[in-house]
Write a protein of this length. Structure first.
Length: 503
């Protein structure tokens, strides 16, 4: 259904300038899947063009932006294998890389706009603004600002500002400005009607910059050449282009990624389940698999290749292969892909990951693990071939840790309560007591005689033994499991289960 194919030769790139891209998350929560995909595409684009990947933290929401959230974002990016050339912890000559530390830049840019006549103070109250919008809506026209304060004379403006009257600063959009046009590498030529773009606010009355102003100042000062972001920002782009032009700057290239939808065709959100990167980490997904899968959500290497490394993504990524259509998040495909990556781990690598899980569950200490390395690496391939997520590992191997096992009620009712289960256990006990050495080959040879001697179907006999020794109906292969469990524990568990089994 899916597969790995050789990466195609990379297409000729038409990007001529040194590439500088940025990922600018707001630390108001964890890094979600959509943001992670945006980061991956920016990172791959920068790496593929020998450019610079900048991480900037847009922390201008004082109530929701926290250091804890910032660290969660950094942790998630690192876990995915993404590195950044400039930003928090990396430094760089274009910092600071937190918006709350860049107030001088916003103030300086505003002075330039004032001096050029591209910004003016607006004294209208929120109540007055709403009344103006209502009038515009009633007339069936534009409900934006009607530029009342733009028509005030200079003396009046100076007096009201000097008097300390609350005001915001608005962009003076040229009244003869034609439609805002730009070419999106993903969506092609875009056009926005100029009359729909009112004189929007640049700086609020409390002195804080709005998003569409601050992000332009930051992108300009950080020499960003390409802005790759979600299409929920598409309506912001014409306004940001106007700010670039007011500052006398050439806007960067804007590329807009389509949204990620759930299976119901609606934008991916908490109602669809886990949405943050760390949630998927905790659910047992490998970072390589999640990066690979997110890379596929809206982009394709050649229309066929499904499994690829981060290096292959970097080698092949191009904006012209990003789809304009929304991507559907398919957890079944993610599970399949994660299983592929798990099976590609060698025994030592899988054991390293399994150890972390066993230690976190208190099943094995670090000291115990050191003396059981060979045993654990024998277990590794039996498990890695049968799980799609790492959170399935501990339930599958728990029976191997501890002297006894608790038999699940469902397994007892479904298997041990069946007629013949007790007979199977008695026969198994009889032949296993004589097995020497207790290897999986010898165990298998002995247990293969049980169906013949009891007249039971192999499935009935072996499932009864499996439940007796593992406590469940799902485990690694039976004969290998018994070898790992050892003779004494195997026989003790069969004896303990016999009173529960039907004859």
């Amino acid at each position: 259904m899916y597969g790995r194919h050789p990466a195609p030769a990379r297409k000729a790139c038409i990007v001529s300038e040194p590439v500088r891209v940025r990922f600018a998350p707001s630390p108001t929560g964890n890094l979600h899947i959509g943001g992670a995909r945006t980061a991956i595409y920016n990172w791959a684009f920068a790496r593929g063009h020998g450019g610079t990947f900048v991480l900037r933290i847009d922390d201008t929401d004082p109530e929701r932006s926290t250091e804890q959230n910032t660290q969660a974002i950094l942790r998630s990016l690192r876990w995915l294998g993404l590195d950044w050339d400039e930003g928090p912890e990396a430094g760089g000559s274009f910092g600071p890389y937190f918006q709350t530390q860049r107030s001088e830049s916003y103030a300086s840019a505003l002075e330039k706009l004032k001096a050029a006549g591209h910004a003016y103070p607006c004294f209208c109250t929120s109540e007055e603004l709403e009344a103006k919008r209502a009038v515009g809506r009633a007339k069936g026209g534009i409900s934006g600002y009607d530029r009342t304060c733009r028509r005030l004379d200079a003396a009046t403006v100076s007096a009201r500002v000097a008097a300390g009257e609350p005001h915001v600063w608005r962009l003076a959009v040229p009244e003869d400005r034609g439609d805002v046009l730009f070419t999106d590498p993903i969506r092609g030529d875009m056009s926005f009607a100029a009359e729909a773009l009112d004189d929007f606010v640049l700086v609020r009355s409390d002195g804080t910059p709005t998003y569409n102003y601050a992000t332009v100042v930051d992108d300009a000062e950080m020499a960003i050449t390409h802005i790759i972001r979600g299409d929920d920002h598409l309506s912001n782009t014409p306004r940001q282009i106007l700010v670039f032009e007011a500052l006398g700057l050439t806007p960067p290239t804007f590329a807009h990624l389509s949204m990620i939808w759930g299976a119901d065709g609606k934008r991916l959100s908490k109602r669809h389940g886990a949405t943050s990167v760390e949630s998927y980490r905790d659910m047992g997904y490998l970072p390589e698999a999640l990066l690979n899968y997110l890379g596929l959500l809206g982009w394709s290497m050649d229309g066929e290749t499904t499994v690829f490394s981060a290096e292959e993504l970097v080698h092949s990524f191009s904006l012209d292969r990003v789809s304009k259509n929304p991507a559907i998040f398919d957890e079944e495909k993610l599970d399949w892909l994660n299983g592929v990556y798990i099976r590609e781990l060698d025994a030592a690598a899988f054991t390293d990951r399994m150890l972390l899980l066993l230690e976190s569950e208190g099943l094995l200490s670090v000291a115990e693990a050191a003396g059981k390395r060979e045993w654990l690496e024998s277990l590794a391939p039996l498990v890695s071939e049968r799980v799609k997520r790492l959170d399935e590992v501990v339930p599958m191997v728990r029976f191997l840790f501890g002297e006894s096992v608790e038999i699940a009620e469902a397994a007892r009712d479904k298997v041990l309560a069946k007629e013949g289960a007790g007979t199977a256990l008695a026969a198994a006990l009889d032949v296993l007591e004589a097995v020497e050495p207790f290897t999986h080959d010898a165990v298998e040879e002995a247990l293969r005689t049980v169906p013949a001697t009891t007249g039971l179907k192999p499935k009935v006999a072996f499932q009864a033994i499996r439940v007796a020794v593992t406590g469940t109906t799902v485990s690694p292969p039976l004969f290998e499991s018994l070898e790992l469990l050892g003779r004494d524990r195997t026989l003790a568990r069969i004896r303990a289960a016999m009173p529960l089994a039907a004859r």
